[in-house]
Design a protein around this ligand. Sequence first.
Ligand code: PXP
Length: 242
Amino acid sequence: MRLYINVDHVATVRQARGTDEPDPVRAAVLAELGGADGITVHLREDRRHIQDRDVELLLRTARTPVNLELTVDEEVLRLAERWKPHQATFVPEKRQEVTTEGGLNVGPASADRLREALERLHAVGIRTSLFIDPDLDSVRRSADLGPTAIELHTGEYANANSAAERIEQVTRLEAATDLARGLGLAVHAGHGLTYENVIPVAAIPGCEELNIGHSVISRSVLTGIERAVRDMKELILRAREG
Ligand code: PXP
């Protein structure tokens, strides 16, 4: 099982101030030192967090594979064709959303656009994935479009309110995984996974990659704050000693 770390939220903090820190590319290096098997970034059409510069630098510095999340947008597609990340995951994007809500629409209305986008990325050697809800119909429709993998949206699992609902959602994820594997697709999963809820998803046989962002970045703020304050205090006290 591979763990890809999504560093978008590091860029969110930087964009809040419009400065150059914290740098998601530096965060990616540290995530790799911690054992991340890959780095995920979402280059949104609205450039809310990750910027073109981040992806370009990340692709030059990352020691692990980079997974670029994108929507079917001509400008971003062209960049992906030029940058050639190891993997590209198509996700839905709505301007007002706080984060990616729900999986891709893989129905007839978007099938042609998605198929064409997948073909373009395959043509330049990029592994592709579609972020979809864990229902069997979406898995079958995705397989018809020809991606390398699907990423199952674990948001409903993460939001489950009872043990029974959680079990139901894991069963749903397992069934979608089995069908996808039977159709020749690699299976990834992600969204809303935390230190408290990751284990049942990590245990699903056939799922080979997890994408986790918010929970890991949140914990890193808390685990890092003590050291960060100590460093600042030391500097201030040293100025007084001089
Ligand atoms: N997978 C996809 C396709 C996503 O869009 C996101 C959120 O950016 C994630 C995984 C990670 O979700 P979270 O930040 O909740 O861990």
